[in-house]
Design a binder for this molecule. Sequence first.
Ligand SMILES: N[C@@H](CCC(=O)N[C@@H](CS)C(=O)NCC(=O)O)C(=O)O
Length: 202
Amino acid sequence: MKLYQGMGPNSYRVRIFLREKGIDVPMVEVDFAKGEHKAPVFLELNSLGQIPVLELDDGAIVTESVAICRYFEETHPEPPLFGSDAVSRAKVEMWNRRAELVIFGTIGNVALHSDALFKDRLTQFPAFAETERQAVPRKWAWLDQELADGRPFLAGESFSVADITAGVCGWLSEIFGMEIPADLKNVQRWNERVRGRPSWNA
Ligand SMILES: N[C@@H](CCC(=O)N[C@@H](CS)C(=O)NCC(=O)O)C(=O)O
C-alpha cells in the first residue's frame, strides 16, 4: 500500500486522519514544483492529476480524500471518525459536506483565483477571489452561530472527519491571510480544541 501525497490541504486531511487512527502507511511525496502530479505516470493513477491517491497492494486505486479516509474507517473502525450509529453517521456526513461546500469551497476559490500556483489550471478572476475573500468571515460567523449550543465538535460530542475538514479550512484561511475573526468565540474555542490535538502535526 502507498499513499501519494504532498503539499496542500487534502493530503493534510488524510495524514491527520491516519494519525488519529494510529495507522502507518508508506508515503510517496508528490512534488508540485516539479509538476509530478501532471506527469503521465501519475495521471495513470489519477486522471485529474491531483493528490492524495491511495494505491492498495492489489493495485486498486482510491482517490478523493474523504473516500481514502472512508477506506481506513472500514479497515480500522476504532476510534470511529465517521460516526457510530445512524444519527451520528448522518450528522458527520452532513457536517463534512457543509465544511467542504460552505467553508472549504469559499477559501478554495480565493486560492484558485488569486494564487500563481493555479494560473495554468484555470482562468483566474481576481475580482471573484476578492468577493470570496470578503465572504470568508461570514462563513466563520455562520459556524460560530451553529456552535453556540456549546457542543464540542461539529457533529456533536465526538471528534470526527468533519472537524478535520473544517480545521484544515482554519489553517488554509490563515495561510491566505484570512484569520478566523477573534470575536467569534465559539469557533475560536472549537478551533483550539481541534488544532490542539496531537494529530495536527501530521
Ligand atoms: N476533491 C479532491 C481534491 C484534491 C485536490 O484538489 N488536491 C490538490 C492538492 S490539495 C491538488 O492535487 N491540486 C493540483 C491540481 O488540481 O492541479 C480530494 O478531496 O482529494
